[in-house]
Design a protein around this ligand. Structure first.
Ligand code: IPE
Ligand code: MG
Length: 230
């Protein structure tokens, strides 16, 4: 979700107004994905690098997250959405941690769309954590190094039980991953749009999905092989 600051600047507004408009776009997009029966949606709300922003902006974002989670929670729950947060959560202020715990617990048994919210998330950090916990289990004798497989590594990431993402969308015009979901997007289709996040909506997502559905996903096979197995 990139482009909130530029959206605000174009309107002569403070960056905070862009983040507020971004929350609306997030709400609409989550609702749209749920309507499409998306199995899992993972949104990048705050990266482990975003702490480097001016303190006032970081503080504003923390308060905005608290407000957004608490005001959206009932609706998410009614929509049977299961909310989870991924990232290094311990660094967050306690008010935000409370909302995070509340949202996770309240929706834990929901069976509809999985909404994963990445906060203080970094893909390398996720993999480092996985390596550390596997190493600890080997040290304690709980695991043998021979049992290290891709599946075992996945089980030690923060998304052990979600389907592999089919589609990655980045708004705001930059064409980079910025440390997002590195392990999980090995075969994910990538889409980049110049639209700034507050202007993103279901119609644009539909267009991106339409483009995605015309792509041939070969997973290393030849085009002919994929045609035959269809
Ligand atoms: C992304 O928009 C939102 C968050 C990081 C929370 P930006 O704040 O990065 O917006 P630009 O890139 O400055 O326009
Ligand atoms: Mg940005």
């Amino acid at each position: 979700m990139d482009g909130n600051g530029r959206w605000a600047r174009q309107r002569g507004l403070p960056r905070s107004a862009g983040h507020q408009a971004g929350v609306k776009a997030t709400r609409k997009t989550v609702e749209h994905c749920a309507r499409l029966h998306t199995e899992a949606l993972t949104i990048y709300a705050f990266s482990s690098e975003n702490w480097r922003r001016p303190e006032t902006e970081v503080n504003f974002l923390m308060e905005l997250f608290v407000k957004a989670i608490s005001s959206e929670l009932n609706k998410l729950h009614e929509s049977n959405i299961r909310v989870r947060f991924i990232g290094e959560l311990s660094r967050f202020p306690s008010a935000l941690l409370r909302e995070i715990t509340l949202a996770t617990e309240k929706t834990a048994d929901n069976t509809g769309m999985r909404l994963n919210i990445a906060v203080n998330y970094g893909g390398r950090n996720e993999l480092t954590n996985a390596v550390v916990s596997i190493a600890r289990k080997i040290e304690s004798g709980e695991l043998d190094s021979k049992s290290i497989t891709e599946e075992l590594i996945l089980q030690h990431t923060w998304l052990p039980d979600c389907p592999e993402p089919d589609l990655f969308v980045r708004t705001g015009g930059e064409q980079r991953l910025s440390n997002y979901l590195l392990w999980h997007i090995a075969y994910t289709e990538l889409a980049f749009t110049d639209t700034l996040w507050p202007d993103f909506d279901g119609d644009e997502l539909d267009r991106i999905i339409e483009d995605y559905s015309n792509r041939q996903r070969r997973f290393g096979q030849t085009g002919d092989q994929v045609q035959k197995t269809k």
